[in-house]
Design a binder for this molecule. Structure first.
Ligand SMILES: O=P(O)(O)OC[C@H]1O[C@@H](O)[C@H](O)[C@@H](O)[C@@H]1O
Length: 315
């Protein structure tokens, strides 16, 4: 697939302050000389923190389980190979909601980094962390539920432009398989009543709150005023922006992906989730989740797919 927002390759250089990376307690911490940082849990390859200019950008529930007992409620869980509850009579039917990637332990493959030495000018430092998961390293349960041959590489790059997260899917077998993927980003906001989401105007969406009815986004801005669970399909613009009080907060640019889910559980759903805390935390988060979730992506044996996002934080 032709990727419009392809990142430039990260080279190596050895002068000036370096990005630092450490692996501890099942987490990979990376920080840039600017102080910006990212933390990725090997469980689910879940990004659980991304700070820029001293501000945390991701919402993580106070009751999120970080011990591998369940998918993380917050951060950026990776959804693969099925989005939502799997359909009946489908190759993914035996999988749990959102598949197995978010509750499998990934391998940390390694890092690559670059730095310009021009820290005083902001620099162009970047650090890229690669994580892998393949069919030979799945739980027996997941292998049985989805017996396909595949390998995934998930690359998390922290740089001047923001945070980039890209998923590569490789069919390492001979038979074709169908999959969906999504990056379930929970963005932290100050007050949901002041949030508008732009870039989804004139797009068709499935409203999961209204019995999966197909709707048209006529208003150029989306406001969250109640439970929201929408799958926007084949979005024309690459970038979906989250604004607060009319000011840009995040720009989420899709790369190789055409769909995005907008989700906020609101009062009742938040109450019903044991790992959602505080209960009024729905006021401080909004999920804008880039993905390929409308229909299925078919990969023939030996084929690859790549999709992800670049998120810019304006704080
Ligand atoms: O509770 P989970 O499995 O993490 O899912 C959270 C939400 O994830 C969203 O992506 C779905 O559109 C919602 O329907 C779902 O409720």
């Amino acid at each position: 697939m032709d990727r419009k927002n392809k990142p430039s390759a990260i080279g190596t250089s050895s002068t000036g302050p370096q990005p630092s990376v450490s692996v501890e307690d099942g987490k990979v911490h990376a920080s840039l000389p600017t102080g910006d940082s990212v933390v990725v849990l090997l469980y689910g390859a879940t990004v659980v923190s991304w700070k820029s200019n001293g501000n945390e950008n991701l919402w993580v529930s106070e009751e999120a389980k970080l011990d591998g007992s369940k998918p993380v409620r917050g951060g950026i869980p990776v959804v693969f190979p099925v989005f939502g509850p799997p359909p009946k009579d489908h190759a993914t039917s035996a999988l749990p909601q959102h598949g197995f990637a978010r509750n499998s332990t990934w391998e940390y493959i390694g890092k690559s980094s670059s730095e310009s030495g021009a820290l005083s000018k902001g620099g162009d430092d970047a650090v890229k962390l690669d994580f892998g998961l393949d069919s030979d390293h799945l739980s027996e349960e997941a292998k049985k539920a989805w017996p396909q041959k595949f390998s995934l590489v998930y690359s998390v790059t922290l740089g001047k432009a923001g945070l980039q997260t890209m998923l590569n899917v490789n069919n390492t077998g001979e038979e074709a398989f169908d999959f969906q993927m999504l990056l379930h980003s929970y963005f932290k906001v100050g007050d949901i009543s002041k949030v508008t989401i732009n870039g989804l105007g004139s797009t068709t969406y499935i409203d999961k709150v209204l019995d999966a009815k197909e709707q048209q986004q006529t208003d150029p801005s989306v406001r969250i005023t109640g439970e929201t669970d929408r799958v926007y399909k084949s979005i024309k613009l690459d970038t979906t922006s989250i604004l607060e009080d009319g000011q840009s907060r995040f720009d989420v640019t899709r790369d190789g992906l055409e769909d995005s889910v907008v989700w906020n559980p609101w009062i009742e759903k938040a109450k019903g989730m044991g790992d959602f805390a505080p209960k009024d935390g729905y006021k401080n988060m909004v999920c804008v989740e880039v993905g390929a979730v409308d229909g299925w992506q078919r990969l023939d044996g030996g084929e690859r797919f790549e999709g992800g996002q670049l998120v810019k934080s304006h704080l």
